[in-house]
Design a protein around this ligand. Structure first.
Ligand code: SF4
Ligand code: SF4
Length: 231
C-alpha cells in the first residue's frame, strides 16, 4: 500500500469512528516555526507526520462541568456530567482507531489528546493540515463546521500524504468575536486584529461566591461561541 492509499485508509477509519475532520501535515513543517521544547521531534524521535482529528466541537456547547476541591487546596477535580463524558469517550474512539492501524503496520504513534499541555500548537497543526483558517479572533474556523475544537494530534514516524492549508476569508465583514471580548484581548495592529494571550481570561478558574463551586470564568470562550460560521 503506498502512502496515498494508507493515508486514505486512515482518513476513512477516523471519519467512520467519530472524527468530524481529518487532516495530515508534515512534522518538519510545523517544527520550522515552533520554539525549542515545543517541536514534534521533542515528543517522538524520527517523527514524520502529524494527523489532526477534530472530533469534539459539540463539547464546547455543553461545558457543564462540576468542580470539586481536591484533597488539599492546591488541586481541584473536574467532574464531567455523564453526557459530556460519553461524548469524550466517542471522540477518543477515533484517536485509538487511527493509532491502532498505525501500530499494526509497525509504525510508532503517540498522542497528546487535548492540547492542554501546550507541547505543540494544535491551532497551528489544524491550520497547516487544512482543517480551517484563522479568523479575526485568532481561533481556527472550518468554513462548513465553524470553530474546530481539536481533540487529537497523533504523531507518527509513518510517511503519509499531506493536506494543504486552506486559503479563504471566512470572516468577511463579521466582527462578532472582537465585539464579544470584554477584556481587551484583541488589539488592532496595522489593520489586523491580534489576540493578546496575557489579557485573555478564558481559562481562569474562579469560585462562585454563592454556590462555592469552581467554574471557568470570568469568560468562557465568548469569542468562539458567538462565531456564526457553521451555525
Ligand atoms: S476567550 Fe474571552 S477573554 Fe479570551 S479573547 Fe475570547 S472573549 Fe476575550
Ligand atoms: S466571529 Fe466573525 S470575525 Fe470572528 S472568527 Fe467568526 S466569522 Fe470571523
Amino acid at each position: 500500500m503506498n502512502s496515498n492509499e494508507f493515508t486514505e485508509k486512515l482518513r476513512l477509519v477516523a471519519l467512520n469512528s467519530g472524527a468530524e475532520l481529518f487532516g495530515v501535515l508534515s512534522a518538519q513543517k510545523i517544527d520550522e516555526s515552533a520554539p525549542d521544547g515545543h517541536k514534534s521531534s521533542d515528543l517522538l524521535a524520527n517523527v514524520k507526520s502529524i494527523i489532526v482529528l477534530a472530533c469534539g466541537r459539540k463539547l464546547n456547547e455543553d461545558r457543564d462541568y462540576v468542580y470539586k476541591w481536591g484533597p488539599d487546596y492546591t488541586l481541584t477535580y473536574i467532574k464531567l456530567k455523564a453526557a459530556v463524558k460519553k461524548q469524550r469517550q466517542e471522540a477518543r474512539r477515533s484517536i485509538e482507531a487511527v493509532k491502532g492501524i498505525l501500530r499494526s503496520k509497525g509504525f510508532k504513534a503517540v498522542t497528546e489528546p487535548h492540547g492542554w499541555t501546550g507541547l505543540i500548537s494544535f491551532k497551528q497543526a489544524s491550520y497547516l493540515s487544512g482543517l480551517g483558517v484563522f479568523g479575526k479572533g485568532s481561533f481556527v474556523v472550518n468554513p462548513d463546521l465553524g470553530h474546530v475544537n481539536i481533540l487529537g494530534c497523533i504523531l507518527t514516524d509513518a510517511n503519509l500524504t499531506y493536506d494543504i492549508p486552506l486559503s479563504l476569508d471566512v470572516c468577511g465583514d463579521c466582527m462578532e468575536c472582537i465585539k464579544a471580548c470584554k477584556y481587551g484581548a484583541f488589539t488592532k495592529i496595522e489593520g489586523k486584529y491580534e489576540w493578546i494571550a496575557e489579557k485573555c481570561r478564558c481559562y481562569d478558574l474562579i469560585m462562585n461566591p454563592v454556590t462555592l463551586k469552581w467554574t471557568y470564568g470570568p469568560c468562557n470562550s465568548k469569542c468562539v461561541n458567538v462565531c456564526p460560521v457553521g451555525k
